[in-house]
Ligand binder design. Structure first.
Ligand SMILES: Cc1cc2nc3c(=O)[nH]c(=O)nc-3n(C[C@H](O)[C@H](O)[C@H](O)COP(=O)(O)O)c2cc1C
Length: 209
């Protein structure tokens, strides 16, 4: 349950996920943030292709329908509301998925009006293989956070789980191809740490409302 109140930092978690790994990381991040008293909104970026393309991948339509029933689509108002943004996308050929990037591109009006200035930003991802591009995806998002005027909050090595999982740039998990392995306990510990850390930094930086 999200804590409410004038002093609570507000965090927006925006993710795209097809198979559920990034979704699971997003919910663990929310848990960590809520443990610090943050008020959290979780939103899922929507598909950019129609059903005729989705039907070529078994299960895609079903997982999208399940997640879309659980999570609203992100809006500009969500981003303006938040003191911090946590952005998660699966790795696609070594880069963040286009669904997530397309949503980031809608933030132009908030960039123009400096509405995101001094809010915090942090990123997370999932790959198939452990060396399939986690860092490339996460670091590939950092320039966008900088352009949006966000203060980047990495994971670093502030939690013991980071010596066993994740990356210093953000939480990550590997799903091991057709095994479709869900994030491990250590992956989730890193994600919870990321949520908690971003909540603390957002709280410290946020301007009074
Ligand atoms: C078009 C496409 C490109 C992908 N590219 C990569 C890649 O470069 N490296 C990798 O390890 N996995 C790659 N994957 C696998 C996904 O990143 C991986 O399955 C991830 O766990 C999916 O997250 P999700 O369950 O939240 O959708 C790709 C998957 C698709 C569909």
């Amino acid at each position: 349950m999200a804590a409410e109140g004038a002093a609570s930092p507000r965090l927006l978690i925006v993710f795209y996920s097809r198979g559920g790994s990034v979704e699971t990381l997003a919910t663990a991040i929310a848990e960590g943030a809520q443990g610090q008293g943050a008020e959290v909104r979780i939103r899922r970026a929507r598909e950019l292709v129609g059903p005729e393309i989705m039907d070529r991948v078994p299960g895609w339509r079903d997982t999208a329908a399940r997640m879309n029933a659980l999570y609203e689509a992100p809006t500009l108002a969500d981003a303006e509301w938040a003191d911090g943004l946590l952005i998660g996308a699966p790795t696609r050929f070594g880069t963040p998925s286009t669904e997530l990037l397309a949503w980031l591109e809608t933030l132009g009006p908030l960039w123009l009006s400096q509405k995101l200035l001094d809010k915090v930003g942090s990123v997370f991802t999932s790959t198939s293989s452990p060396h399939g591009g986690m860092e490339a995806t996460l670091l590939g998002l950092y320039p966008t956070l900088a352009h949006l005027n966000l203060v980047i909050v990495p994971t670093g090595y502030g939690d013991p789980a980071l010596f066993r999982a994740g990356t210093p740039y953000g939480a990550a998990s590997a799903s091991f191809g057709m095994e479709r392995r869900p994030p491990s306990d250590d992956d989730l510990a890193v994600a919870r740490y990321q949520g908690a850390r971003v909540a603390r930094v957002a709280q410290a930086l946020r301007t009074p409302r």
